[in-house]
Design a protein around this ligand. Structure first.
Ligand code: PLP
Length: 363
């Protein structure tokens, strides 16, 4: 399914880009995922022709036939990563990992793979043309590559046509809360992913299926939902859009193992590496809700944090469930979470040495 010849990108700069004063006003308080830059990438795929018509052009609505396959059977995948402003340009964090995960998702959803170098080149070109949209300070430019089935056909089968798009959104903080830690709702009825399903793929359908639990979380005054495994409803898996780590009183850490039902987070993998650098022991082993509650009560657990591109590292302070609530540590953030977070952010923003080759410069 892959195509090795490089694609030629056509550049069509926006004829009337956002005026600088309007852009500056947006960048002062961009929120999350509501403001967008002037350009987008589009690349088309059709069976027989492969990938073609690569273009960077003005960001604009896309015309779709009402019978486009994605609108009926959700054959869609996406990625999320960030570009950061540096003193002399812009960088992205581990974009090749996103390219690889994108292709693993594509394989699971019976979609064509996109050569990694095309994925990264498309990101480079978009960040380069819209670099003035990267906020200063703590903000960043969230990049959203996605691909969907575009064949006009109502039969249930892999589509013969796809559209790959990248859009970009200047963002500030993911969570609206001003508290130092978030509260989470543990969902004990609804599950996110079952063995053999699509939990390890980043496909839109997983997120649609998680929304009812997310609404329950909001109803209980929580920002996020924690999912348990689908077989025993006992083991902690991940949050709706983040992986999870537990920090113990001996400084060791634990995170649920990848096994097909959890999204292999790039932040998760980076934290595993940073923890190793810091000589912190980390176990990738199952951890149960009952144990979490008992360890929080006994003080054996000192901290818990969620991690992902959007929210980086976010401490979890309060855990709510139908069997009662419990508090982690003092209910706020903890020293180890903060240390890992600042270490990661310093690398992402080129303030610390990038010993693992994670930072990708955009020219
Ligand atoms: C379900 C889920 N888990 C974990 C993550 C964290 O992944 P990453 O660190 O690559 O952003 C995300 C975000 O992409 C996610 O949607």
């Amino acid at each position: 399914m892959s195509q090795s010849s490089p694609l030629k990108f056509v550049h069509q700069p926006h004829p009337a880009p956002t005026p600088p004063d309007k852009r500056a006003a947006i960048l002062r308080d961009p929120g999350f995922g509501r403001a967008f830059t002037d350009h987008m990438v589009t690349i088309r795929y059709s069976e027989g022709r492969g990938w073609h018509d690569a273009k960077i052009g003005p960001r604009e609505p896309i015309a779709m036939d009402p019978a486009a396959a994605v609108l009926h059977y959700s054959q869609e995948i996406f990625e999320g990563l960030k570009a950061y402003r540096t003193s002399n340009g812009a960088v992205m964090f581990r974009p090749v990992e996103n390219a690889r995960r994108f292709n693993r998702s594509a394989e699971r959803l019976a979609m064509p793979d996109l050569p990694e170098e095309v994925f990264v080149e498309a990101l480079d070109r978009l960040v380069s043309i819209d670099r003035d949209w990267i906020p200063e300070g703590d903000g960043s430019l969230y990049l959203r590559p996605f691909m969907f089935a575009n064949e006009v056909f109502l039969g249930v089968k892999p589509s013969a046509e796809y559209l790959f798009i990248i859009i970009a959104s200047p963002v500030g903080s993911y969570f609206k809360t001003k508290d130092s830690a978030v509260s989470v709702w543990v969902e004990q009825e609804l599950t996110r992913a079952a063995p053999g399903g699509t939990g390890a793929a980043k496909c839109g359908g997983n997120y649609a299926a998680s929304l009812m639990a997310q609404v329950d979380a909001y109803k209980h005054g929580c920002e996020q939902v924690v999912f348990l495994d689908a077989v025993e409803r006992r083991w902690i898996e991940e949050l709706g859009g983040m992986n999870i780590f537990f920090v113990f009183d001996d400084s060791s850490m634990q995170t649920p193992p990848l096994g097909g039902t959890i999204l292999p987070g790039i932040t998760r993998s980076s934290i595993l590496t940073l923890a190793k650098d810091m000589k912190i022991a980390v176990r990738e082993e199952p951890y149960s809700l009952d144990q979490w509650r008992a360890d929080a009560k006994s003080g054996r657990i000192r901290e818990t944090f969620a991690c992902g591109t959007a929210a980086v590292l976010t401490p979890i302070g309060t855990v709510k469930s139908k069997d009662g609530d419990f508090v982690i540590g003092n209910g706020g953030s903890g020293a180890q979470t903060e240390k890992l977070k600042s270490t990661l952010i310093d690398i992402q923003r080129c303030r610390a040495k990038d010993t693992h080759g994670w930072v990708h410069k955009v020219y």
